[in-house]
Write a protein that binds this ligand. Structure first.
Ligand code: HEM
Ligand code: HEM
Length: 117
C-alpha cells in the first residue's frame, strides 16, 4: 500500500508541476496581458483534484491521521483555481488579475501542504 500511496504522491507533484509550470512560464506574458490558461494548467489542476482525493482515500484506509481542516482548505482553494481555469480555458488572453490569482493560490496551496502539519 505504501508504494501505491507514494505513486499517487508522485502524480500529485506532477500535477503541481503542470499547473504551476504553466503559470511560471507565462509570467512575462501575464504582465503584457497575453498569457492564457493553457491545457497544461487545466489538466494539472484536474490531476491535483483526482490524485488529492485518492490520497485522502488511501490515507484513511490505512488509518493514517490526516489534517482534515488543512485538506478542506486545500480543496476549497483548488476548486476556485479549477473554476477559473476551466471557465477561461478558451479565452485567447487571460486577465492579469485572474491569471495572477491562480498562480498565487497554487503557491499558497503548496505552502499550506508542506508547512501546516
Ligand atoms: C484524462 C486525462 C487527459 C486528457 C483526456 C487530456 C487531453 C488533452 C488534449 C486533448 C490536449 C490538446 C489540447 C489542445 O491542443 O488544445 C492536451 C494537451 C496537454 N495536456 Fe492533457 N489530457 C489529460 C491529462 C493530462 C495530464 C494528467 C497532464 C499533466 C499533468 C496533461 C498535460 C497536458 C499538456 C502539458 C498539454 C499540452 C499543452 C500545450 O500544448 O500547451 N494532460 N491534453
Ligand atoms: C493546487 C492544489 C494543491 C497543491 C499545490 C497540493 C500540494 C501538495 C503537496 C506539495 C503535497 C506533499 C506534501 C505533503 O505530503 O504534505 C501534498 C500532499 C497531499 N495532498 Fe495536496 N495539493 C493540492 C490539492 C489537494 C487536494 C484538492 C486534496 C484533496 C482533496 C489534496 C490532498 C492531499 C493529501 C491527502 C496529501 C498527503 C499525502 C501524504 O503525505 O500521504 N491535495 N499536496
Amino acid at each position: 500500500m505504501d508504494v501505491l500511496l507514494h505513486f499517487f504522491v508522485a502524480l500529485h507533484i506532477i500535477g503541481i508541476a503542470s499547473l504551476l509550470g504553466g503559470f511560471l512560464t507565462q509570467m512575462k506574458a501575464m504582465s503584457a496581458g497575453t498569457a492564457r490558461f493553457g491545457p497544461a494548467m487545466l489538466h494539472g489542476a484536474l490531476l491535483m483534484l483526482i490524485t488529492g482525493m485518492i490520497l485522502v482515500g488511501i490515507n484513511e484506509a490505512q488509518g493514517h491521521a490526516l489534517n482534515h481542516i488543512k485538506i478542506g482548505i486545500k480543496l476549497a482553494i483548488l476548486v476556485v483555481i479549477l473554476g477559473i481555469v476551466y471557465v477561461k480555458r478558451d479565452e485567447e488572453k487571460a486577465e492579469k488579475g485572474l491569471f495572477a490569482a491562480v498562480g498565487a493560490l497554487t503557491t499558497l496551496n503548496v505552502f499550506l501542504a508542506v508547512l501546516w502539519v
